[in-house]
Design a protein around this ligand. Sequence first.
Ligand code: NIG
Length: 411
Amino acid sequence: MEKVTCFRNIGQLIQVQSGGETPTIVKKTRCALLVSQGRVKKVIPDSEVHLHDFFREVDLAGRAVLPGFVDCHTHLIHAGNRKDEMEQRMAGASYMEIHKNGGGILSTVKATRQATEDELHETARLRVLRMMTLGTTAFEIKSGYGLDLDTEKKMLRVGRRLRKNLKIPVTLTYLGAHATPKGKTSNQYFEFVMEHLPEFRSLADGVDIFCEKGVFTVAHLRRLFLHAKLVGFHQLRAHVDEFSHQGGCHNAARLGAISCDHLEHITPHDIRALQLAGTTAVLMPGANFSLGSKKIPPVHAMLKAGVNLALATGYNPGSHPSYNMQTVLGMAQSLYRITPDQALIAATHGSARALDSHEDFGGLRLDQRADFIVLKTGDYRDLFYCVGENFVEQTYSAGKKVKGWKNPVTF
Ligand code: NIG
């Protein structure tokens, strides 16, 4: 007989439905969520629970239950920290100035090259446990702090170990074209990335590139994407138009990118390309907040055009060393002036779509993975009302409670 767990006495259940033109939030009150084999089987009124005989019942005490957050852009595997750089920025240096002077990404590259695979695995594992404690149930991780074959592969092997041991959905992206290592020109290094791309097919699900003035060009992006497709990568992503308008967004979208990320400087022409191509716009308000971005992405124009929006932490040791999707929701609301429903859809279903997994998770819909969070309150809007509080009481991955991590974090 099928073993069904009944999560009963739910005060407010939030699901994301995606049948129509735009996804919508569905709210139910006083209900029970039935889970079997790690998937959502049914939602019934709480008043009917006593009519059934369940394998297990869990009383959720009137709390709000919502889909786990999906974080579709992180740089979670790295060594070292960049607190000095944070202070330099506060003294007036910009992110790109620090990058040009050999700091920024390159300082993390130095530390990550020196770290052993086990050290990288342990620090990333603790970050993941904290992330899950804060409500994230699926995420993406990029390489890009090696810029040589050994370290890039080491990072992706760590990602694969995390995926296998923690048994959660982890998407891995090869970001060899993140910066140019010392001693090479960007063209020389780019040719190296192109030559070795096939070696990464068995390690990563997709590729990514940082297309920006002084980093890699649109021509690099186009060549990388065409080659990646030939090699068999299905998920093409790009950091585009973040600090200046380079045309990366519309080129990436037209070449079939699954996501274009950052997008502070995009134009109506780029928005049209995103919409026509069905490419997800991945926005990271945490980076806008930490960097004090003067320009923020044109969120309302994208919503109006029907572009799928995703919210992510963009966790990285430089511009946003936080993997907390709860604060991302609050920042999105105030920086982008979007509603709690719009932000929550983008942080769950929208972000799952950026990982090509929106059928599998992100909405807490029937037959989807039972990845959900139980809040400490009965109203999911508290996440937006009191930003900074940790409202997540319990996190469930495929119907199983995540043990989580309560100890302090070291960077
Ligand atoms: O997504 N913009 C480029 N890449 C990262 C930051 C990486 C870093 O600074 O270490 C991002 O924000």
